[in-house]
Structures are given as C-alpha cells and as structure tokens.
Design a protein around this ligand. Structure first.
Ligand SMILES: O=C(O)CCC(=O)C(=O)O
Ligand SMILES: [Fe+2]
Length: 329
C-alpha cells in the first residue's frame, strides 16, 4: 500500500526586517524573499507592519457582496449595468467565459493620476464607485486603509525583489511610487468551475494564469489557491493568520527583462463559496514598462497606460469602448 504524499506548500518568509534599518538582517530578508520566489514561485509573507489588521480588514471589505441587489447594481460597471457611467472600477459580475469564475469589486487610487493623452485613457483613471449606503459604518474608510497598507507592503517587496534581480532601487521606485494600483474583493459561488485546458483532471474555480500587475498580494479566507514553481509543480498556499502570499506579475517580468518570471497560479475548487482579496501593485499609467536597464528615452508607446489599452482592446467585453492605441493614436 502506498501513502499519498503530503501536498507541497510554498515557502514562508517573515519580512519584518525589510521595514527595518539597512544591515545584515535586512539583507538576509531580501535574500530569503528572492530564494523563496525562485524555489516555489510564490511565498507567504508574515511579520510586516500592522499585519495584525489584515484578516479583519479583508473580512470587512468582503461585506460588499452582502449588499442588497439595488445597492450592488448602482456600483456595477456599465458593461453589465448600462445606466451607470463607469467602466473600469466597481463591481464586475461573473461571466461564464472568464478563466476566474468570480464576481469582483475593484477599488482604485483615491486620487487617480491622469495617464498619457490617448483615447480611452480617461477610463483607466476613473474614480471608484462606492456603495451608498455602505455595508456598515466606516466601511469605506476601512477599505481605503487596507489599500494604503497593502500598497506600502507591496512597494517594499518590489524594491527588495528588484534589488535581488540586480536593479537599483531608484529605477524600480520611480515606476511604482504613489498609488496606481487595484484592490480587488472576490466572491466565487459554490461549485464555481472554470474551463482550464491546462488543469489536467483538476476542477478549478480560477484557471492557471499570471497577473498583469508588477506584484500581487493575495489573501484567502479558505484554502484553494496554488502557485506553480519554476519546476512546474503546483504548491498549496497555506492559510495562516494575517498572512498574504506574494506573486510576481507580468509587468515585473518585462521591467527586469525576464529575470523575474511571473508566477502562474490557480484556485482549486473546494466545497462552499470562496472569498479572497487581491492587491495588484501597478505602475503609474505614464511609467515606462520597458526593461529598467534600458537606457534609451522612452515614448508613449512604452507606457503602462498604452499597454493596458492594448490588453483591453483585445478583450470582447471592451469592444466599442476601448480601441487599440495603434489604431487611434
Ligand atoms: O481567488 C484567489 O485566491 C485568486 C485570485 C486571482 O488569482 C486573481 O484575482 O488574479
Ligand atoms: Fe491572479
């Protein structure tokens, strides 16, 4: 008789020293984060400042899905609720063709900075629609605090990872400082199953993908999330108190000219509904996303804003809303 091997899990790193003074402890932490990412694709991080607030704030934010139907409709994007004005931030109901079978609510920066002057760019810098009334008193302030907190943690980590990959801090910092990112609350119904040809026999609620961010911080109320390591092995992301997992996104791969590969991840289907939260660290819409080592001057075609317009123009639900900037600029 053979025992089933215990499922492998990703590495965990206490990143408290990343927020401390320069020195051996900080260097060791930078190295541990890098080694962990290289071995298991994603790592679970603990010990960041105010970590004790993360579980509670995530649970408060997720109450957006408990709102009554009419309040939810008022924050639903125009793709699904044509009476609304906003397209980008807000609530996106699940649609069957997506690789991630969830409803999600996107929160953008408090004061979105304008992008390069291109048709459609105003959509990418639109304000976040907030539910009125909010799910409970103080809800919006808690969601804003969560955004600011995860932004700070993600920025510290992207500098650390950039440094390990051989890039100087100022170069990476210049692209990500400020707030340009997305905080996303996710809700999957019981039995959500995505069509993922790469899943083999596994039933997944979110198919294998990489994120279009610089770095993603993910939080889950219950297990299911897995990251694929450079060895092709999917490992479970364990659920720990106030822990988040870090996944490299496509923008970081581009910025480092492939030195830091994006982390493929997926969600295995589990009994019951699923709730999770993602913070996607993004560069400014005006920031160049060409390799950070690239010394030449860059133009509008190299900006993150241009790249996002191109990505959206290729998706069916943005047809007639966002055009490929190659055709309009
Ligand atoms: O539900 C999860 O934990 C994963 C979500 C995810 O990968 C995403 O939103 O990009
Ligand atoms: Fe993802």
């Amino acid at each position: 008789m053979t025992d089933t091997p215990a499922p492998e899990i990703v590495e965990s790193v206490d990143i408290s020293a990343l927020f401390g003074p320069d020195g051996a402890a900080r260097d060791a932490c930078v190295a541990a984060l890098w080694d962990g990412l290289r071995r298991t694709g994603a790592v679970v991080v603990t010990g960041y400042p105010d970590a004790d607030k993360v579980d509670a704030r995530a649970r408060v934010g997720l109450k957006v899905f408990d709102l009554p139907e009419d309040t939810r409709r008022a924050i639903t994007t125009r793709h699904m609720a044509p009476e609304n004005r906003f397209y980008y931030r807000g609530l996106w109901p699940r649609s069957p063709e997506r690789l991630l079978q969830n409803d999600f609510y996107d929160v953008g920066p408090e004061r979105p900075a304008p992008g390069p002057d291109l048709p459609g760019m105003e959509i990418l810098s639109e304000p976040t629609p907030w539910p009125d009334p909010e799910p409970e008193p103080g809800w919006r302030a808690t969601v804003r605090a969560h955004y600011a907190h995860l932004n700070r943690v993600a920025q510290a980590m992207i500098l650390s990872i950039g440094r390990s990959a051989g890039f100087d801090e100022a170069t990476i910092r210049a692209r990500f400082e400020g707030d340009h990112s997305t905080l996303r609350f996710l809700s999957y119904p019981e039995g959500a199953a995505a069509a993922d040809p790469a899943a083999g026999g596994a039933v997944v609620s979110a198919g294998r993908h990489t994120d279009a961010s610089g770095l993603s911080l993910l939080w889950q109320a219950a297990p299911g999330l897995q990251a694929e390591g450079p060895d092709g092995v999917f490992r479970d992301i364990p659920v720990r108190e106030n822990a988040i997992s870090v996944h490299v996104g496509d923008v970081m791969t581009r910025l480092t000219d492939g030195a830091v590969p994006a982390t493929p991840h997926r969600v295995l289907s589990r009994p019951g509904p699923r709730h999770s939260v993602g913070f996607f660290l993004e560069p400014a819409l005006t920031a160049p996303v060409t390799p950070a080592s690239h010394g030449q001057a860059t133009g509008v075609r190299e900006t993150y804003g241009w790249q996002l317009l191109q990505t959206f123009a290729a998706r069916a639900q943005w047809k007639g809303v966002i055009a490929d900037p190659d055709d309009t600029a």
